[in-house]
Design a binder for this molecule. Structure first.
Ligand SMILES: [Zn+2]
Length: 262
């Protein structure tokens, strides 16, 4: 272990209890950690974690006292119908890569974790800018027994750049295809590329959506706008320590410390 690592651990060892005190005093508020994954496998890709890494992350969170919640419970917490747990996590997967079905579902089921799968219903590869295999509708239907399915738009466009008509059309199509292929009417959404605007939010509301996730980093706290929900983006570079720091709400402090060592 290098001297940098030792200093980093020591700083976090001070910051994390300090944050717990701040939370107890009502200075910092508790929140739900919503993790955003993409692929799970051995692809040499920044947005894919190996199944070993996924297992390590899930087990670390559970050992650290986090409870894994479903979307239904998350929404009840957000609406104030359930108390905010001291430490809770919701797992999400964007784009529905086949590697999630191959390498994540068994691990999640073994731990009784129900994640959310955000599907762009055109299933087009081109807007994603990679060639990693996407789940077929058959695989999504199978996965829907163990995961909640949300909309990630139809064509995965930059929604805020669409005209009103195109925007309504894309959202409408995503709902219709989810209904036709999976038999559900989605009420949760993840913005493609994390990009949204007030106009996009209004269109989602009109189409019956109740929650939408961004890619902005942070915890979800009670009172947050349900159409601007933050997540913690997981990449192949995310260490357990970094994930822990984000999940307990000291992610920004962790980021500042890391900058000192760049
Ligand atoms: Zn996406």
């Amino acid at each position: 272990m290098s001297i940098k690592h030792i200093i980093k651990y020591c700083l976090l060892a001070v910051l994390i209890p300090l944050h717990a005190v701040a939370r107890a005093l009502g200075i910092a508020r508790q929140g739900v950690a919503v993790l955003m994954y993409h692929g799970v496998g051995d692809e040499p890709w920044e947005f894919s974690v190996s199944s070993q890494t996924l297992k390590r992350q899930l087990d670390m969170l559970r050992r650290s006292g986090f409870q894994f919640i479903s979307l239904a419970v998350f929404e009840r917490i957000l609406r104030g119908e359930l108390a905010m747990p001291r430490r809770s996590v919701l797992i999400t997967f964007d784009d529905a890569y086949q590697s999630v079905a191959d390498n994540a579902v068994t691990e999640l089921r073994a731990r009784n974790i129900r994640p959310v799968l955000y599907v762009h219903t055109s299933r087009a590869q081109e807007p994603l800018g990679n060639t990693y295999t996407l789940m077929s509708w058959q695989a999504i239907r199978e996965g829907a027994k163990f995961m909640d399915v949300g909309s990630h738009s139809h064509a995965h466009p930059v929604l805020k750049e669409l005209s009103d008509a195109e925007l309504g059309d894309d959202i409408q199509k995503s709902i219709a295809v989810c209904h036709e292929e999976v038999g559900i009417t989605p009420t949760t959404f993840a913005y493609p590329g994390g990009k949204f605007s007030e106009r996009v939010i209004a269109a989602l509301r009109r189409h019956g959506f109740t929650t939408a996730f961004t890619i902005n980093q942070g915890l979800v706290r009670r009172g947050d706008n349900p159409f601007q929900l933050r997540r913690i983006g997981i990449t192949s570079h995310t260490t357990n320590l970094e994930l822990y720091a984000h999940a307990v709400g000291v992610g920004e402090w962790y980021g500042q410390i890391m900058k000192l060592f760049k």
